[in-house]
Design a protein. Structure first.
Length: 262
């Protein structure tokens, strides 16, 4: 049981939605640098192309992209079909694409709920459903395929910001992941969630610019998350070391959930 075999993801086929930027990019890079073949999916073809060029320059694994606007339901079928054509199977699905909407309670609109819940929750189920045959193709009883859902600590606690739909969607995602774990475990597919704390991303950019010191001061480890933190957790869940983990929600937050507050 050496580390080189326990945490090996060489040759695995990985799909990362929203994998060109932010946390998704961190995850994509971790897999590529450890020998996996990563397919990035995003509606921003230019960003995907640039990300793949940079990732492929790192060597060991490789990166490619499939353009898909996951706000549009019909794009799910196209993405799954293209992935089947190119790879024929899927070892790891990372449901990372997400949306947020912050607005005061008294004016919080219906449109926010439609946009955020569709992408953060409904599309996760639909994409997972669409690629399940590819996950089954790669799965064995000793080496299950993996679903990794990128959740949030704001789905586990009450956030200070007025992001009602986002928090509800992530809480729903955490439980959906557990339900999938029960149903798909029988098909040799695991489903787990990473409830992320603050990381440097487009979604967090404005908040970190204004409140980074306050945020870091509230985290027992005294810092925001790094690329190695989230990539390492995904690699663990995708490797032999994580093969028996199913239905878990991993708080990747430096201890913010358990930090005492006077």
């Amino acid at each position: 049981m050496e580390n080189t075999s326990l945490f090996d993801v060489t040759g695995k086929i990985v799909l990362v939605t929203g994998g060109a930027k932010g946390i998704g990019r961190m995850i994509s890079q971790g897999f590529v640098q450890n020998g996996a073949t990563v397919y990035i999916s995003s509606r921003d073809a230019k960003a995907c192309d640039q990300a793949c060029k940079e990732l492929n320059a790192l060597g060991k694994g490789k990166a490619d992209f499939i353009t898909a606007d996951l706000y549009k339901e019909e794009e799910i079928t196209k993405l799954a079909a293209e992935l089947k054509k190119r790879a024929g199977k899927l070892d790891v699905l990372v449901n990372n694409s997400g949306s947020n909407w912050g607005e005061p309670y008294d004016t919080y609109p219906s449109a926010a709920w439609d946009r955020v819940l569709n992408l953060n929750l409904k599309r996760v189920f639909q994409l997972t459903q669409a690629v399940t045959p590819l996950l089954e193709e790669a799965a064995t009883s000793t080496s299950p395929s993996r679903i990794i859902n990128i959740g949030s600590v704001d789905g586990l606690r009450v956030p200070a910001l007025e992001t009602f739909a986002y928090s509800a969607s992530k809480a729903g995602l955490h439980h959906l992941s557990r339900v999938l774990a029960s149903h798909l475990g029988k098909r040799n597919i695991t489903s787990n969630t990473i409830a992320c704390g603050p990381f440097q991303s487009k979604m967090m950019k404005a908040t970190l610019e204004q409140f980074k010191d306050v945020i870091e001061g509230s985290i027992p480890l005294g810092r925001i998350g790094s690329p190695e933190d989230v990539a390492g957790t995904c690699i663990w869940l995708s490797s032999r070391a994580g093969a028996y983990v199913n239905g878990a929600t991993v708080a990747l937050d430096g201890g913010s959930l358990v930090g005492s507050k006077l």
